[in-house]
Structures are given as structure tokens and as C-alpha cells.
Design a protein around this ligand. Structure first.
Ligand code: PMP
Length: 421
């Protein structure tokens, strides 16, 4: 009998029958509170009626037309609506199917626009699984090992992970910027460096905000040296952090912005945005793909952005995020082994450490598994796997947050007493 590849390993054994809002209904008859949302993909909750209606209607009009051949309305509408949220400088948008593809397109664009080879990425960053994107990814060796050689011309600089260093944030930022300057002086000269690529908060690398001062330091260096600053907002974009873009927690504007995941509530589409003058440096034919900017995905994207605006979901992410964070801090104080509780908007995490202060991935996994028994779905992350991430839908309600906190408290009780014996 044919079966799914073992490489498709699930974090939970749940088989979904259907899903609605913040809940997944399993084929086992159980109802699970979904605090994974496909890593923020189902931004407006599962099967939001307006997203479903838009996709249904579009399916009857046109499903696919390759955008190198003809254009369709949903893509034009999505571009206009995205433009309402994008920084004014980034006035040109290009579409692909996935985050990884958008990352690849952004790298190609930066290299073509600067005629320079090197890309500098940051430790703990996650940018995807295609070979070029994996070359920029250091959120765990599992994303890189075993299929080398990776893309050349990539250098990895330290990320200011203050909690891991045990330093105040400003010391971690000063250290990471000094190391970046050293890298630019010793390995990858500015004349050879096309781009910096960074997430406004580490996603798979540990759900950790990139300090504003660090982004501002990168912006300064990028401007001085003509290096492109690429922000990978695949996980932080579209309201997730309580602002529409993650970088809006700082004062910077990127040269190239990448978005995907939450933009179409689960339909596959990604976008990169850049100034028209930069986008024009990619010669025709160098970018694109068969399914990029699919009409049904684009229509779902239009509906998603409308729902986010009409239901004020960016503000909801902030309000429910604050509720969750204070709940997590309260719960965290009652359990041993939680080294850090953090969150921006609805991107929240618990970092588990053992008695010596080292990463404790067993605890994170044990809590994640115990949560399933409480009908709560969660994911782990972090290069060492010791971070539990909490990613509700942007329209999560007060009651759902309370339910999630109660279930998580019970899971912590079960798992940590078992782990510690
Ligand atoms: N960049 C970031 C920040 C991501 O979180 C991800 C996916 N987890 C990607 C890129 C890759 O996106 P995809 O899986 O759609 O290729």
C-alpha cells in the first residue's frame, strides 16, 4: 500500500475532518483549539466565510492564467490592496507561490540590482527549504545537513539573541553589529555584498523579536554601502505582531519586503515588494513560474486583506496578544523550567531551559504533546527545539485565549512533572 513519505512527519497525530475559526475538528470526533494556524497561515481563522465565498466565486470565473501571458482582476486588486499597507517606497509587487520562492526571487533581484554576489543572513534565521533559501537558513541543522553543497556567496552573522547570551539587549545588539562590521571588513566587503536578509522576529529560529536598534543598525549600513536590506516578513507580516508589518516596531523601511503565509488565509501565494526602479533591474524572464499569482489564491488574498481591515484584526492581534502574554507570564511563574516568556502581538513563545540554564528540547516537546491531550495544538521551534510557540488566528476571541491558557497550564503541569520525575 502506498503511504505518505516519512519525511512528512506531523507534530501531532490529528487527522482533520474540517476546521472553522480557531478550531480544528478531528476525524476522531474531538475538537482542538488550533494555536498553530499552519504557522500563521490561516490568519483570518479557518475557512472564514468571506474568504471561502471569494475563492468559490473566483473558481467559477477563472482559476489559472500564467501572468506572463495575460493578467486577471484578482491580481490587480490584490496589488492595489497590498499597496495600502506597503511602505510608499515599495511600489512594485511580484508574486510567487511560497515563501521560499519569494526568498529566491528577492535574492536574484538583489544580485541583479547591485551586480554583487554575496548575501549576509543572520544566525537562527529561517528562509525556506529550497536550496538557496536553505543556504540562508540557520534555524537548525536539520534544515541544512545532508544535501550540501549549499549556495555559495552566503555569510552568516550573529543575531542579537540576548536571552541566550545572558546579556542585556543593548549589549547583544552592540556585539552583533560589531561582528557584522568585522565580517564586512574581513570576509564579505561591501562591494561584494548584495543584501542583508533578516526576519523582523525570528520565526522557526525561536520566536524572538529582532531588536529595533539592530534593524536600524542594518538599515544604516545598507544605506551607506548600497547593500539591499531584505526583510523576510513571511511569518511576521499581515498583522501577526500587532502591526501590519513586523518591521513597523522599528523606524526602518526595507529595500525589498517578502510576504506569504497569512496573506491569503491558506491559499498558496507569496509576494515580494520593492521600488519600481529596483524591480526593473531584473530582466524579463529571470523571475516567474507557472503558478505564481494564481487567480483563486489572489481572490482569497483580496478577501483576507478586506477581512483584516473590516474586522480590525491588527488591533485584535495586539489586544489578544497582550492578554495571552500576561496569561503566559502568570502561568510561567508557576512552573519550573521556563526560562523566558515572550511575545509580540500573536507571536508568542515559552523557552525551556534545564537546571543548568541549557536548552531543554525534551520539556518543550513534552508540553506540546501533553497539550494535545488537552485538545490544544501547539508547535515547537528554535535551533535547539526548546521553544514552544503559540500562534492563534488573528481573530481569536477573549474566551478562546482563556481556554488556551487553561489547557496550556494543565499541559505544563502534566508534562513538566513527568519530565522532571
Ligand atoms: N521565510 C520565513 C520567515 C518562514 O517562516 C518560512 C516558512 N516557515 C519561509 C520563509 C518559507 O516559506 P514556504 O514554506 O512557504 O516556502
Amino acid at each position: 500500500m502506498t503511504s505518505l513519505s516519512p519525511a512528512l512527519k506531523q507534530a501531532t497525530p490529528v487527522i482533520v475532518d474540517h476546521a472553522l475559526g480557531s478550531f480544528i475538528y478531528g476525524a476522531d470526533g474531538r475538537r482542538y483549539l488550533d494555536f498553530t494556524t499552519g504557522i500563521g497561515v490561516t490568519s483570518t481563522g479557518h475557512c472564514h466565510p468571506r474568504v471561502v465565498a471569494a475563492a468559490r466565486e473566483q473558481t467559477g470565473k477563472i482559476i489559472h492564467a500564467q501572468f506572463t501571458t495575460v493578467l486577471h482582476q484578482p491580481l490587480l486588486q490584490l496589488t492595489e490592496k497590498l499597496g495600502n499597507f506597503l511602505p510608499a517606497e515599495l511600489d512594485s509587487v511580484f508574486y510567487a507561490n511560497s515563501g521560499s520562492e519569494a526568498v529566491e526571487a528577492a535574492i536574484r533581484l538583489a544580485r541583479m540590482a547591485t551586480a554583487r554576489p554575496n548575501i549576509i543572513a543572520f544566525q537562527g534565521g529561517f528562509h525556506g527549504r529550497t536550496v538557496a533559501a536553505a543556504s540562508l537558513t540557520t534555524a537548525g541543522t536539520k534544515f541544512r545537513s545532508g544535501f550540501a553543497p549549499l549556495m555559495s556567496g552566503v555569510h552568516i552573522a550573529p543575531f542579537p539573541y540576548a536571552f541566550r547570551y545572558g546579556w542585556p539587549e543593548e549589549d547583544a545588539v552592540a556585539f552583533a553589529l560589531r561582528e557584522l562590521d568585522y565580517l564586512l571588513a574581513s570576509i564579505s566587503s561591501p562591494q561584494d555584498t548584495a543584501a542583508f536578509i533578516i526576519e523582523p522576529a525570528l520565526g522557526d529560529g525561536g520566536y524572538l523579536k529582532t531588536p529595533a536598534a539592530f534593524l536600524e543598525g542594518l538599515r544604516e549600513r545598507a544605506t551607506v554601502h548600497g547593500i539591499m536590506l531584505i526583510l523576510d516578513e513571511v511569518q511576521t507580516g499581515v498583522g501577526r505582531t500587532g502591526k501590519f508589518w513586523g518591521h513597523q516596531h522599528s523606524s526602518i523601511t526595507p529595500d525589498i519586503l517578502i510576504t506569504a503565509k497569512g496573506i491569503a488565509s491558506g491559499f498558496p501565494i507569496s509576494a515580494i515588494a520593492a521600488p519600481t526602479a529596483v524591480m526593473a533591474m531584473a530582466w524579463p524572464g529571470s523571475q516567474g513560474g507557472t503558478y505564481g499569482g494564481n487567480a483563486v489564491s489572489a481572490a482569497a488574498g483580496v478577501a483576507t486583506l478586506d477581512v483584516i481591515r473590516d474586522e480590525d484584526l491588527v488591533a485584535n492581534a495586539r489586544i489578544r496578544g497582550d492578554q495571552l502574554l500576561s496569561g503566559l507570564q502568570r502561568i510561567g511563574a508557576g512552573h519550573q523550567g521556563i526560562g523566558d516568556v515572550r511575545g509580540i502581538g500573536l507571536m508568542l513563545a515559552l523557552e525551556f531551559v534545564n537546571r543548568d540554564g541549557d536548552a531543554d528540547p525534551q520539556a518543550a516537546t513534552a508540553v506540546q504533546q501533553a497539550a494535545i491531550e488537552q485538545d490544544l495544538l501547539l508547535l515547537t521551534c528554535g535551533a535547539r527545539g526548546n521553544v514552544l510557540r503559540i500562534i492563534p488566528a488573528l481573530n481569536v476571541t477573549e474566551d478562546e485565549v482563556d481556554l488556551g491558557l487553561r489547557s496550556l497550564d494543565a499541559a505544563l503541569e502534566d508534562a513538566l512533572s513527568a519530565v522532571r520525575g
